[in-house]
Design a protein around this ligand. Structure first.
Ligand code: CA
Length: 359
């Protein structure tokens, strides 16, 4: 390279760097951050609602604090691996994290009740349990030994049962299938003869296309369409019996949270609750549009799981929950409260939601 060219290029580089500094520089009147936190998630970058919801939460905290409290968000793998978030926040490597509580079943079986329970509470029901019942209080109790403070951050709405290339007409049709399904739902399908895998979101499409797995569940019409699952599976079954109203979480290092000034704690709580509302409203609205597109444009066959299949899955679900709670007193305590609440709100829902559906 000629020296003149080199200088020219170096000059351009410097100009670009200066421009970048200007673009990234704080506005003249923005307050200097008093507290800066790192927040690690279990989600891939840009994943709508799940990852973008965490980014939105951080933005709201910054806005509400007038720039005095900043949270920098890292997607899975950017700072710690997806499944390392719980530990990284608990041991204080970073101050905050986000995921779904059923990912931490290996640490605490009871955690799963704060994400999704097969044939459990739907989005409205679980929100009522968390804020109107004992849910959040119990969740705090379950996470305290891990030095964590949990907060509900979102809800995906009712999920779908999943994508299959074989019709599910009787319970035996699950036999021998290799299916991606996490959490308690996976344990239930294992009882029906399914070989359960926990394929990460980013690998589901390829694994289904190549026949590494025969079936999968993911989230709902919006997220499933984005993965392109309709291109590699024929039948789209409902309802998401295994995830009837999955809660997404934020969790904070207990020491870091407790050291916050009262107004910043309040800002975190408000930003979490507001993001929860934004997420459930947004996914619900977009799932409606995506489902219509899957049916009308992509000609996907959307089928209900037959009643007798649902009945059998319900029996297996009870067995799974009984087995876990018999061996784990904390899970039993949470389950007993959850079940009592489900019965109570179920009676009310029979004369309210069910008698007056949304359509
Ligand atoms: Ca799911």
């Amino acid at each position: 390279m000629q020296r003149r060219d080199f200088l020219k290029k170096a000059g351009l580089g410097a100009a670009a760097a200066a421009a970048a500094t200007l673009v990234g520089a704080p506005k003249a009147r923005a307050a200097k951050a008093e507290i800066t936190w790192k927040m690690v998630t279990t989600w891939p970058p840009k994943l709508p609602y799940l990852q973008t919801g965490v980014e939105r939460f951080a933005k709201r905290v910054e806005e509400m604090s007038g720039g005095r409290f900043k949270i920098r968000v890292y997607a899975a793998g950017e700072l710690v691996p997806a499944m390392g978030a719980f530990e990284a926040v608990g041991n204080g490597t970073v101050e905050a994290g986000s995921g779904a509580a059923y990912y931490w079943a290996g640490k605490s079986q009871a955690a799963q009740w704060f994400a999704a329970v097969p044939f459990g509470l739907n989005p409205a029901g679980i929100s009522s349990w968390l804020w109107g019942g004992n849910g959040l209080k119990l969740w705090e109790e379950v996470y305290a030994p891990f030095n964590l403070v949990p907060r509900p951050l979102g809800n995906t709405g009712v999920q779908m049962a999943g994508w299959f290339n074989r019709k599910i007409e009787k319970i035996e049709d699950f036999q021998g299938l290799k299916m991606r399904i996490p959490g308690l739902g996976g344990k239930v399908l294992a009882k029906a003869g399914v070989t359960v895998t926990l394929t990460p979101g980013g690998e589901i499409f390829t694994n289904l296309e190549r026949g590494v797995i025969d079936a999968t569940e993911w989230v709902g019409p919006l997220h499933d369409k984005l993965l392109g699952l309709h291109k590699v599976a024929k039948y789209y079954y409902y309802p998401g019996w295994h995830e009837p109203g999955t809660v997404l979480e934020a969790f904070f290092n207990k020491k870091a949270y407790e050291a916050l000034p009262a107004e910043f704690k309040a800002i975190i709580d408000v930003a979490c609750t507001e993001t929860y509302t934004w997420m459930i409203s947004g996914t619900d609205a977009e799932n409606g549009a995506a489902l219509l597109e899957l049916i009308e444009k992509h000609k996907v066959q959307v089928l209900p799981l037959p009643g007798p299949v649902m009945d059998k899955l319900k029996v297996y679900s009870k067995e799974v929950l009984d087995e876990i709670t018999a061996a784990d007193p904390i899970a039993k305590k949470v389950h007993d409260d959850f079940s009592k609440f489900q019965k109570q709100i179920g009676t009310w829902a029979t004369v309210a939601d069910k008698a007056c559906p949304r359509r």
